[in-house]
Design a protein around this ligand. Structure first.
Ligand code: GTP
Ligand code: MG
Length: 450
């Protein structure tokens, strides 16, 4: 990636729509865009209405928004062209700008420039993409929070504390006698260190919980045959995805779909009904269902309410040690008296009747299983995307190693190296130091024009 050239990209979809937005950023933004007007743009922040002309032909009437370096998103001169939302016009304007000297931007390159130019830190840059990709309210709130650099001051504090320990250690390496003067004993280090470890461990724990909300929770719909598992999948997805029939063993293979609740996303998996069978194909399907019980992080266990006394106890035992919701379907076929009996037998269950489009409070019960709402997202950093969690895990390990070596009275030089590693990881996380390749990996996941 060259940082000195001027880039252009559509910031809205290339489709027929009311208005489309084209972004230009770079040193030559004004020079290039001005070639399209009779009179050049005024070189001040603001908005101008213009006729866009190329080779004596009017291309469009546009509204130009101008941001002057360094007061723009990228930190460079940025010109946004609001043109009519025609695919032809957008393509034409972009082609002309490229002929005139701009280069087509890479995905996420505007944000990358904002980061490299020091306008935002890496956590903020990642939050922009997480926000665009957010599929539920919780993911949206966490991303919005991370757009604000101040919200992650705790990380900077931890970094400063680490630096302080490192420099003290450095002093005692360079001037061994100075230790007594400073009175900075190993205990001092240990005390500071415990605090740092606790903070990072807490941030990692919360970030992992939040990550579940970002990525979706693998949720298997499990039960015996004919209980209404596929009917439930179809209802939740609001489409006829799975075949539903009164024949036992209708579903043979797993089927997947995704739904967004208020604070979490479920990756639903419909499975073959579990029963004893001689049919080879059905057997394979059932093996897959059993595997899904292992793999899923939430199980929706469906029981046919008219057959609540015949549920396979082995199967019930398998799901009991995983997060699960017991669902009694076909409520329409049983009496109030039977409902009471079922409650006595199973305790906390949800009654539903898919045939009557009634799933009771099922979705609330599911949301309550994961208490994202109780996470006080304002109180501590939450870095929920996979890249950040990976870095936090490395950091945690490095701190643990340093801690262990301190407690085992290892030479102070070794501990200095351990801490330096942790400090480097923390810098990578915030983006104060970075590897070009890693950055490219992060930003190429962004939308074009972002
Ligand atoms: N009365 C009643 N019937 C239902 C209800 N929900 C589903 N059914 C019927 O139950 C039968 C089985 O439904 P499916 O959704 O195919 O059941 P399944 O659990 O996926 O079955 P397998 O794929 O064979 O394991 C179908 O005839 C559905 O119409 C309900 O709430 N009430
Ligand atoms: Mg089915």
């Amino acid at each position: 990636m060259m940082i000195n050239d001027t880039i252009v990209a559509p910031a809205t979809n290339i489709q027929t729509q009311a208005i489309s937005l084209i972004r230009v950023s770079g040193e030559d933004a004004f020079k290039i865009v001005n070639k399209l007007f009779k009179k050049p743009l005024q070189n001040i922040r603001g908005v101008e209405f213009k006729k866009l002309i190329f080779e004596n032909e009017i291309i469009d009437e546009v509204v130009i928004v101008k941001f002057i370096s360094p007061n723009s998103f990228t930190g460079e001169d940025v010109i946004e062209i609001n043109c009519h939302g025609s695919v032809l016009i957008v393509n034409k304007i972009i082609s002309i700008l490229i002929i005139l000297g701009a280069r087509m931007a890479l995905k996420g390159e505007f944000t990358q420039r904002a980061f490299v130019g020091g306008r935002i830190n890496l956590i903020q840059a990642e939050a922009i993409n997480d926000l665009i990709a957010a599929e539920n309210d919780f993911a949206m709130k966490v991303s919005l929070r991370n757009l604000d650099a101040k919200k992650n001051n705790e990380l900077l504090e931890i970094k400063n504390e680490l630096l302080e320990i490192i420099s003290k250690i450095q002093v005692s390496i360079d001037y061994p006698d100075y230790d007594d003067v400073e009175n900075s004993t190993t205990n001092d280090y240990l005390h500071h260190f415990d605090k740092i470890q606790k903070s990072i461990s807490n941030i990692l724990k919360l970030s992992k919980i939040a990550n579940k909300s970002f990525n979706g929770i693998p949720t298997a719909i499990i039960g015996e045959t004919n209980v209404g598992k596929s009917s439930l999948l179809n209802f939740l997805l609001n489409e006829d995805k799975a075949i539903v029939s009164s024949i036992k063993g209708t579903t043979r293979d797993i089927l997947e779909g995704k739904i967004n609740l208020n604070n979490l996303t479920l990756n639903l998996i419909d499975t073959a009904g579990i029963r004893k069978t001689k049919n080879e194909i059905e057997k394979i399907g059932i093996e897959k269902s059993l595997l899904q019980i292992e793999k899923a992080e939430l199980i929706l266990f469906v029981i046919d309410a008219t057959k609540y006394n015949d549920v396979d106890n082995n199967l019930l035992a398998k799901i009991k040690n995983k997060p699960h919701v017991i669902i009694l379907n076909k409520k329409d076929l049983i009496t109030e008296q039977e409902i009471q009996k079922i409650k006595l037998k199973y305790g906390d269950v949800v009654f539903i009747s898919i045939i009557n489009n009634d799933i009771g409070n099922l979705l609330d019960v599911v949301e309550d299983k994961f208490n994202f709402l109780n996470l006080k997202i304002d109180d501590q950093p939450i870095l929920a995307n996979a890249n950040q969690i990976g870095q936090l895990e490395i950091l945690m390990k490095q701190l643990e190693i340093a801690d262990l070596n301190l407690k085992n009275n290892f030479s102070i030089d070794i501990i200095a190296i351990d801490l330096q590693n942790a400090w480097n990881t923390l810098n990578n996380l915030i983006g104060e130091t970075y590897d070009e390749e890693i950055l490219d990996n992060i930003f190429r996941k962004y939308c074009l024009g972002k």
